[in-house]
Design a protein around this ligand. Structure first.
Ligand code: FE2
Length: 294
């Protein structure tokens, strides 16, 4: 949906990724920081080509039962729950008919790919573990950054769905809260194709909800009576821009009603000096611990 929000201030990335005092002050005040030109066009294109290759190699037939069995909700649930240390493919709502047949070609039907691309795929590993990003993470106060989650978010032309207002610490909880999102625009993202929307300063209101295991079930638990707050701003991001998102800043994105896709790569880190909540949804096999930049 085309909206008309004020556009958030952008900075030009420094060459080595280390933020200026002005950038740090802006991040502290607003809970997000938009850095143009953080990734080169060539790096974005290489990652996009790799994404296309992953989708080429993916056989939707391999997950057909996941989306067409009688116990569809349960199967889908498991496919998601077990994706924390894998590369799995998630479709837009309505991508399959009642018989489990795709109603669109797979390249146009995917919503996202996640959640361990950065550990399992060499191209994503390289893109995620750059010295520049390490410098930035360190300057933001992540003393022992753990790269815990990665996602390609497709936001397909005409059908890319909206993402409701949420905080990332709801899903990746640590004590104290250290979760930080690093969202790379692989293509221009603006208000016509569903760019991020952030609530400036909203991170100061604390955590509103936690999504966590309760036995074998994942539940959403309200943790505060506060409401998402702060003026909404469009986090428009030309290709190659990195949007840093504080784990507590409420953010969303609108659906993509345009003819242009809005492919993005999102990487989440936490500080391994903090305690990772064992009831978080995201699970890693014991032989695949969360790694840092090394
Ligand atoms: Fe998010």
């Amino acid at each position: 949906m085309q909206s008309d929000l004020p556009v958030a201030k952008r900075f030009v990335s420094t060459a080595d990724g280390r933020p200026t005092p002005e950038m740090l002050a802006f991040y502290e005040e607003n809970g997000f920081l938009i850095l143009e030109g953080f990734a080169s066009d060539a790096a974005c294109d290489a990652l996009k080509a790799r994404i296309a290759g992953l989708v080429d190699a993916f056989d939707p037939e391999s997950v057909r039962s996941t989306f067409s069995t009688d116990d569809q909700a349960h199967a889908r649930d498991l496919y998601f729950k077990e994706s924390g240390d894998k590369i799995r493919f998630f479709f837009e709502t309505g991508a399959f008919d009642a018989e489990g047949e795709l109603v669109k070609p797979k390249h146009q039907a995917l919503n996202k790919i996640g959640h361990a691309l950065h550990d399992l795929d060499p191209e994503f590993d390289r893109f995620s573990r750059s010295e520049k990003l390490s410098n930035l993470a360190e300057a933001l106060g992540l003393q022992d950054p753990g790269l815990v989650q990665s996602m390609v978010i497709m936001k397909q032309p005409f059908i890319g769905g909206e993402v409701g207002m949420h905080q990332d610490s709801t899903f990746l909880y640590t004590s104290p809260m250290t979760t930080t999102g690093f969202w790379f625009a692989l293509e221009d993202a603006d208000q016509s194709n569903g760019c991020l929307i952030g609530q400036a300063g909203g991170h100061k209101a604390g955590l509103l909800e936690r999504f966590h295991y309760d036995g074998d079930d994942l539940i959403m638990e309200k943790t505060s009576d506060a409401k998402p707050q702060g003026p909404q701003e469009a986090l428009e991001a030309p290709k190659g821009t990195l949007v840093v998102i504080h784990g507590l800043v409420p953010h969303s994105s609108a659906s993509n009603t345009s003819a242009r896709s809005r492919e993005a790569y999102a990487l989440h880190m936490f500080d391994r000096k903090a305690d990772w909540a064992e009831d978080n949804w995201l699970k890693r096999a014991s032989d695949m611990p969360v790694r840092g930049f090394a």
